[in-house]
Design a protein. Structure first.
Length: 211
């Protein structure tokens, strides 16, 4: 039996110590920690990427974010790019599980979460062990324009991807305990000054705790 967690819609948080990071558990603040039971995880990106970016830098930004989560000295986490997928839809945009971890853009009415949600990660996990078995990410291409070059009126891909990729590996939203001028990547909102692009110390501590 698998359960599903849509992170931006009712995720469960458990603050740890005085650090600004949070994890999920299978039964609220009890039960098993939600995490992968392997440090080596693969993912695929929808071959067309974002309809707003035509030079391939959209796929590169997604890979850049995952590389940050995989380059933490105290963690064994290794999230590897496995290539592109032709699957336009994934769990986060309404499709069923398929055993592949996929990242893509929801460019039409399949996006059901409103204009103010920039991205969403959905995971499937075992309620007995907390083991994540699949995680998919969808970015809102229906009501947002995307870029990798800071173009006015667009949303920066890496600024959102790094955050959603944190959910992908088991990190949850941090609701407090940090400076508003220097928020962690896992703060609930993407930082308008693009600080969400790169991981802060507490984000890295979370990865080291889980892996």
């Amino acid at each position: 039996m698998l359960r599903f967690l849509v992170v931006l819609l009712g995720c469960i948080l458990l603050p740890l110590s005085t650090h600004a990071y949070s994890i999920g558990k299978t039964n609220g603040t009890s039960g098993q920690v939600l995490r992968w039971h392997t440090s080596n995880i693969g993912y695929y990106i929808y071959t067309s990427g974002s309809a707003d970016v035509l030079d391939g830098s959209d796929l590169a930004a997604v890979q850049n974010g995952f590389q940050q989560w995989s380059s933490i000295g105290c963690s064994s986490l290794n999230v590897s790019y496995m290539g592109t997928t032709n699957n336009k839809y994934n769990m986060a945009s309404g499709a069923d599980t398929n055993g592949k971890n996929e990242v893509g853009w929801a460019e039409g009415s399949e996006w059901k979460y409103g204009a103010y949600v920039l991205g969403l990660t959905q995971t499937s996990f075992s309620p007995e062990s907390g083991e994540i078995s699949e995680a998919d990410i969808a970015f809102n291409g229906y009501q947002n324009k995307w870029s990798t070059n800071g173009k006015s009126g667009t949303t920066d891909i890496l600024n959102v991807a790094s955050h959603e990729e944190g959910h992908f590996v088991g990190a949850q939203h941090v609701l407090g305990g940090y400076s508003s001028s220097n928020p962690p990547t896992m703060a609930p909102k993407a930082d308008p000054y693009l600080k969400s692009q790169t991981l802060e110390a507490d984000d890295k501590l979370l990865a080291c705790y889980l892996y």
